[in-house]
Write a new protein. Structure first.
Length: 451
């Protein structure tokens, strides 16, 4: 009796905090919260904002600089010569000027174009971060569902073994079985109760991880987004419909790879990065060209005492031409560095395309594997249920022993756990394949807009 009370107390201590007024979230709702609250996504958004500021800075280099100036000078004494003031007591000078400097190669314009393309690159980088984070959220979400299903299976197993223990106790009293049968049933029941407590604790751990990823601080629970789809495996037609492949007649590996090469945000970002490095080579070569500077000035001078020969107001403009013909090999090194970075970008893009192709193939093969496993596990669970029911009836009539019951129960519990994990793994593999071909974020946003 004490053992039972201790067991129930531990179980209630674990489950009660999540059973009272818990907010339930579906996967789509968790996606929305993650996109809104994730620190990692906010960091990527700040990178995008910084790139927009870089564009503003580059635009400033294309515009002239306007400035005002003013000076006040006090001399030690006034000096005159032949009745004319050559040094006043005080002198005030003020005015405005405009300055503009640019390279004849147009490198400033090239730099502005680079910053504009950098903004587009950061947009794709942000989308890549979002897609990766959404997959992380989905993985944590299905871990919680797996834990909940494991708790349900463990609870059912405890009920099943409790009935078997009670049946063994009754048969022992009438002398149909030995005491070892009851002891075996008690031991198996105690192990099942221990598994039940572990399963309940695993839910707390899985929810803690999910709450950290999404940014949830209150007590919550999760619900299956499409409960009807978990009882049956989606067929091939349903998979094709989910992916919305417009350019393919069939869901083939080559077609998926082609989609990934055109839609993956990482590939788009690195393609733009390669274009940026090409422009940076041009920008570095612009250092070989001369620089032209233009200035326009308006100034006014006021002396005390004033001089009749002093020009008090001036308006003038000027041109300055600079051509550094020797700088110790600096420009040559900068051009070579820019070309090396261009080669790096080309190699990185090629490597990424190959890696994405392998990633798509792995995701596609995992989908096929999980599909086949799910079909077999559904059949295994059905057979395990029928086997346990048959052995239970045989045990009631003395045609089977306790070992047969335990073997049949172990087979059933194992099959149910594997089937539950396979169902959620199958859903996660589908999302992983969408992530691999670069359509996960678009799918999530489309579902949110449709709601």
């Amino acid at each position: 009796m004490i053992k039972k009370l201790t067991y129930l107390s531990c179980l209630l201590l674990i489950l009660i905090p999540y059973a009272v007024f818990a907010m339930e979230y579906s996967l789509d709702e968790l996606f929305s919260l993650a996109l809104e609250r994730s620190e990692i996504i906010k960091i990527a958004e700040e990178d995008l904002y910084i790139s927009e500021l870089e564009k503003d800075k580059a635009l400033a280099a294309l515009l002239p600089t306007l400035s005002a100036f003013g000076t006040h000078t006090r001399y030690t004494e006034e000096k005159q010569k032949v009745g004319f003031t050559i040094q006043p007591e005080t002198s005030n000078t003020w005015g405005v000027r405009m300055d503009q400097s640019f390279s004849l190669s147009g490198k400033e314009l090239t730099g502005y174009k680079i910053t504009r393309e950098a903004i587009v690159k950061n947009i794709f980088d942000l989308n890549a971060v979002k897609e990766e984070y959404l997959l992380t959220v989905a993985s944590a979400y299905y871990d919680v569902l797996k834990s909940k299903k494991a708790l349900e299976i463990a609870s059912t197993n405890v009920e099943r073994l409790t009935k078997h223990r009670d049946a063994a106790s009754i048969r022992l009293k009438v002398g149909e079985v030995t005491k070892t049968v009851l002891l075996r049933a008690e031991a198996e029941l105690a192990g099942a109760q221990s598994d039940l407590i572990k399963a309940a604790n695993n839910i707390r751990l899985a929810k803690t991880s999910l709450a950290r990823i999404v940014g949830i601080s209150e007590v919550f629970d999760v619900k299956e987004s499409q409960p009807g789809n978990n009882s049956e495996m989606p067929g091939q037609e349903q998979i094709i419909f989910d992916f919305l492949i417009q350019d393919c007649q069939l869901l083939t590996l080559d077609c998926l790879k082609e989609i990934a090469l055109t839609k993956r945000a990482e590939i788009k970002a690195l393609t733009i990065q390669k274009k940026i490095t090409e422009k940076k080579v041009k920008y570095a070569k612009g250092s070989y060209w001369p620089t032209l500077s233009v200035e326009g000035v308006y100034s006014k001078k006021e002396d005390n005492p004033a001089s009749s020969f002093e020009i008090n107001e001036r308006i003038y403009g000027g041109l300055r031409f600079d051509f550094p013909f020797f700088e110790g090999g600096l420009r040559r090194a900068e051009v070579r560095e820019a070309k090396a970075k261009l080669r790096q970008a080309q190699y990185s893009l090629l490597d990424l395309k190959n890696s994405v192709a392998v990633e798509v193939e792995n995701s596609y093969l995992n989908l096929i594997t999980e599909s086949g496993i799910l079909t077999k596990l559904q059949a295994e669970v059905e057979y395990a249920i029928d086997n346990f029911n048959a052995v239970s009836k045989q045990f009631e009539h003395g045609l089977a022993n306790s070992v047969d019951i335990m073997d049949a129960n172990t087979l059933l519990v194992t099959a149910e756990r594997e089937l539950a994990n396979a169902r959620y793994n199958y859903q996660l593999v589908i999302l992983n394949l969408k992530r691999s071909i670069g359509t996960l974020l678009k799918t999530v946003i489309s579902q949110q807009l449709s709601e």
